[in-house]
Design a protein around this ligand. Sequence first.
Ligand code: NAP
Length: 505
Amino acid sequence: MLRLPYQVVRGFKMSSVDQSMQLLRNQAYVNGQWVNAQSKAVYPVTNPADDKVITEVPDMDAHDTKAALDAAADAFKTWKKTTAKERSSILRKWYDICMKNSDYLAEIITAEAGKPLAESKGEIVYGSSFLEWFADTARHINGEVIPSPWPNKQIMVTRQPLGVVSIITPWNFPFAMITRKVSALMAAGCTCVIKPAEDTPLSALAAVQLAEEAGVPKGVINVVTASRKNAPNVGQVLCEDPQVGCISFTGSTHVGKILYGMAAKGVKRVSLELGGNAPFIVFPSADMDNALENAMLAKFRNNGQACVGANRFLVHEDVFNKFVTGLKEKIAQKCILGPGSKPGVTCGPLINTAQVNKITGLVDDAVSKGAKLMLGGKVASNIGNKFYESTLLTDVTPKMNIYKEEIFGPVVVCYKFKTEEEVLKIANSTRSGLASYVFTKDLGQAFRMSQELEFGMVGINSGMLSTTEAPFGGIKESGIGREGSKHGAEEYTDIKYTLFSALDK
Ligand code: NAP
């Protein structure tokens, strides 16, 4: 296996964990080559736990992106002609290699994204599961033969790969958000160019290093690294270049709308996994221990920085005090703040200063307008400048910013409700529609909630929904399309209808 020694970085002091990083790369990956930016520009990737520079990576621009798209378009000519069995076999090998390297991959995620090592390992298992799943799916992307209304004619429907896919991903699941897309599009016969988030390019580079080892041909996967300054230029080329057939984006609704607008100019296919605002609803009949356990999972995974994270805890007035008291105890017991690489830590740092400022602003605004702070409420500056205390707020009202926004941090916000009708109205009063959670033992109520909640995913008595077998995605402003499941690969295919005529001639 290719194991590069760490390459010396000009003028930066490295974080101590870097010395052991087996899969660390500091170049982008285009057409099967490890490359620098044509301009030679670089930017530093830092560890959010201590702000130390892990390495520098190329700060690529529109020219580099065009070169990567050319490589992907070229590779498409041959990749689309591989058999489903060949694609399946390569994906399966990539899965095996990722699993074998899960400790090394997890180390990189923790270093650049900050999450506790156990969560990083969980992300590798989750992210790799898509490689395994789509290795199977590759061989089941079937067409149909439809009975024709005419004599001597046949209607054949096939699914064809739609070409080069542009992928733009966020920092919160820097490995899984890539494998979830790339596995599906490769199974379908497409090729891609990936632009990972500025904060977390190293997981993407480590993943493609393993893809190369698994035998993914040159040009099928390309990675363009870029700083936030260059993201709009790179994004524009990824959306508007005529060689691109689809833009597959995971990130905020704000950026998703910008990309959707650019994709519209070329009438390109889009797959958009955008922001959420998940309600977590607790009815009086709920098993309280189960609701509390799942509240912790739904809120504190990745320290609240998850699109499916519970954003609004809506608790019936009869069980409100019990829930809030129980949750306060659990948070105090289970949320152990610190660097993700430290054993026992369950909540790492926030990803960057912008996130810290956002969470601080939301909590301060709520408290200044009368919200009651039950726990936390500030940066734990004794640990570092990006560690925000696990926080619990009650008495939140619609005039506070935190009432409407996706918090994306370790802040629990509890609201009281009286009736099923009222809670549905509150839960649905958002333009987001990704995940939702309901806790009740009343079967009829569970069914009604499943029907009436305007969200792409509903967890009944569970705070964890994501799995490769199920379709992941949102409605309203949370996105378009589904990832995982039997539908995931369809996003990257075009339906072609061929009429065979004159069959008697
Ligand atoms: P973001 O600001 O939208 O960034 C996502 C990606 O888009 C990053 O790679 C970013 O690059 C890039 N980007 C930003 N502006 C761009 C532009 N003008 N053109 C092209 N690319 C651009 O989101 P984030 O803060 O990284 O992630 C958090 C958001 O993602 C949350 O809203 C969360 O709910 C959502 N999310 C959704 C899902 C889902 O499956 N539905 C999963 C995870 C996260 P830079 O890093 O350089 O800014």
